[in-house]
Design a protein around this ligand. Structure first.
Ligand code: H2B
Length: 102
């Protein structure tokens, strides 16, 4: 398993450009809220992301209410943001397009 590499201060400062669809929480986590057509679309999205997370060995903190999914990404192993959070966020953005989340 490849270990997570913490983001540098410059990388954290540039997150608004790297991940424009995500909010930055205290420089320690990134957040995105998504809405789908219905519960089925939201759950299909989560199933897709769950598969990616397992392959990456990097997992979201998330919750689902009907057609909405709220996601928080951070790296517990390093106590902050890492390259794995960026990689997972980019995969989540692609899955959101696939399942028409916004
Ligand atoms: C042992 C295992 O690889 C680690 O606990 C992984 C699993 N998934 C993880 N997911 C997240 N979001 N952060 C981690 O630090 C992390 N660590």
């Amino acid at each position: 398993m490849t270990s997570a590499v913490p983001l540098t201060a410059d990388q954290v400062a540039d997150l608004a450009n790297t991940l424009p669809l995500w909010r930055i929480a205290d420089g320690k986590a990134v957040l995105r809220d998504l809405k789908f057509a219905d519960f089925s679309a939201a759950f299909d999205f989560m199933t897709e992301v769950a598969g990616v997370a397992e392959v990456m060995d990097h997992h979201p903190e998330w919750s689902n209410v009907y057609d909405r999914v709220s996601i928080r990404l951070t790296t517990h192993d390093t106590g902050g943001l890492s390259d794995k959070d960026i990689a997972l966020a980019e995969a989540i953005d692609a899955a959101a397009i696939q399942f028409k989340g916004h």
